[in-house]
Design a protein around this ligand. Structure first.
Ligand SMILES: [Fe+2]
Ligand SMILES: [Fe+2]
Length: 142
């Protein structure tokens, strides 16, 4: 497998994660109502849509075909579970975009991938601190 094919494979995996987030986030937002967590997810979901588009564009530019094997995901019940599932997704995305950035040979693709990486790192930070606050609130006696 050459470098571009390896990159296409990584990016197709990244698109699967983006679709997973895009599928779950609106359902979680609806269940959460008006809350800080819902507001955070609402911001992130716009980024994820942009990421799915940007990732697919790189695949096409490399002569590949964007395709995602989408697994049907079940929405989570509690805010903690929601945060954990999105946090896990961000971590996987960070690992993939890091690997993709190293494999990318065109500067314009490296630039895009660095932007996606920094978005995911921001999401990871946001979900981590929201989860810490949620867990802290649970431990504090009423
Ligand atoms: Fe993303
Ligand atoms: Fe993200």
């Amino acid at each position: 497998m050459n470098q571009d094919q390896a990159l296409i494979e990584i990016l197709n995996h990244a698109i699967e994660l983006e679709y997973g987030a895009l599928f779950l986030m609106p359902q979680h937002i609806a269940r959460l109502g008006q809350s800080e967590l819902a507001a955070g997810l609402r911001k992130a979901v716009r980024d994820e849509l942009n990421h799915a588009e940007a990732t697919a564009s790189i695949i096409v530019a490399l002569g590949g075909v964007p395709k995602a094997d989408f697994k049907l995901l079940r929405p989570m019940e509690t805010p903690e579970e929601m945060l954990r599932v999105h946090l896990a997704g961000e971590k996987q995305s960070i690992a993939l975009y890091r690997e993709a950035e190293m494999k990318a040979s065109r500067p314009e693709h490296q630039r895009v991938l660095r932007r996606l990486l920094s978005d995911e790192e921001r999401h990871q930070q946001m979900f981590t601190s929201l989860l810490a606050r949620l867990e802290g609130a649970k431990d504090t006696p009423a």
